[in-house]
Design a protein around this ligand. Structure first.
Ligand code: SF4
Length: 316
């Protein structure tokens, strides 16, 4: 396990341990949400990198079986990592995309259980409004809450290219709404989107650093069967970074990220049977070692080029 004390970046495991005084893990649940980029509100095809096959009836979770999912998650995590407490992670699709009373009901379902210390809610920036932020802020007075926003990039041309269905202006509005609240904020970025290289990635890191946030998930763009990127990738029209390039981009990003922001994810996950691009993303321990070696080689660490965050009032 990464200890964090002498590391050139702050691992999320360390952040959680400091906060909760013991091991805490995220337990994923699929509460049967959908997404405006799939249900016709913004689009029906989804993001070009999203595997919509996972959206088909029968393969999704439903709200009735949440207790089963939580129980199975507990057993799996205990077997794999030993005893722990849990943050329930509403992960699949857009987990703020439902009426507020429904959200309130779902988010509270397992609070009060001895081993549940809070929730994490993953969503798109355009699925955040004042009501959602107020709801999460109220909940955060009672339990730990993390809002996870899929920003992906600040570049509108890239967002359009992958048919993301929202703009950087919408992301910025969500970041301003979420600033200064009682919940944690986690931001997601994808490194290696078509048309992007080191410069665009640095610009995204620099722009995000201007907002107060607590943790970061970085994701390499990988190509998965059944997505709209599969065909152009096979035809050689999409070029992905190799492993050393990706690691150097991650180091670039972290150098521009405040040292208080914990790294939740270094690389994306895809089931090997669905992955079309190279499989190095599965070697997480090796990639962490590569990142340490990269920082060592540079003689640098997280935050050395990070700008100070803007001063934003709560709900600005
Ligand atoms: S926002 Fe998420 S769930 Fe919706 S299409 Fe994009 S990747 Fe898929």
């Amino acid at each position: 396990m990464l200890s964090g004390r002498s590391l050139p970046f702050l691992p999320y495991s360390r952040y959680l341990r400091d906060r909760f005084g013991g091991p805490v893990r995220k337990l994923c649940v699929d509460a049967g949400f959908t997404c405006p980029n799939l249900d016709g509100n913004k689009g029906t095809g989804g993001c070009a990198f999203c595997n919509n096959a996972a959206f088909s009836a029968g393969s999704r979770g439903n709200r009735r079986d949440l207790a089963t999912q939580v129980e199975a998650g507990r057993r799996y995590l205990a077997r794999r990592y030993g005893e722990s407490r849990y943050i329930l992670y509403f992960q699949a699709f857009s987990n703020t995309y439902a009426p507020l009373p429904e959200l309130d009901y779902l988010y509270r379902l397992f609070q009060g259980e001895e081993d549940v210390v809070g929730i994490a809610v993953g969503t798109r920036p355009d699925c955040i409004d004042h009501g959602v932020v107020e709801l999460l802020d109220g909940l955060a007075a009672e339990t730990h809450v993390t809002l996870e926003l899929g920003i992906q990039t600040i570049h509108d041309a890239s967002l359009r290219r992958v048919r993301r269905g929202h703009t950087w202006t919408e992301s910025r509005a969500a970041l301003e709404l979420a600033a200064g609240r009682r919940f944690d904020l986690c931001l997601h970025a994808i490194l290696g989107l078509p048309g992007e290289g080191r410069e665009e990635i640095r610009e995204t890191a620099e722009a995000l650093a201007r907002f107060p946030y607590h943790s970061l998930k970085l994701h390499n763009l990988h190509i998965v069967h059944g997505t709209d990127l599969a065909e152009p990738y096979r035809a050689g029209r999409i070029h992905l970074p190799d492993r050393p390039t990706y690691i150097s981009w991650v180091a670039d990003f972290l150098e521009r990220t405040p040292p208080t922001v914990a790294l939740q994810r270094l690389v994306g996950d895809a089931p090997p049977n669905l992955l079309l691009s190279e499989g190095w993303c599965h070697d997480k321990p090796g990639l962490y070692r590569d990142l340490l070696a990269e920082f060592d080689h540079r003689g640098s660490r997280q935050g050395i080029y990070a700008a100070a965050p803007l001063r934003l009032a709560a709900g600005a």
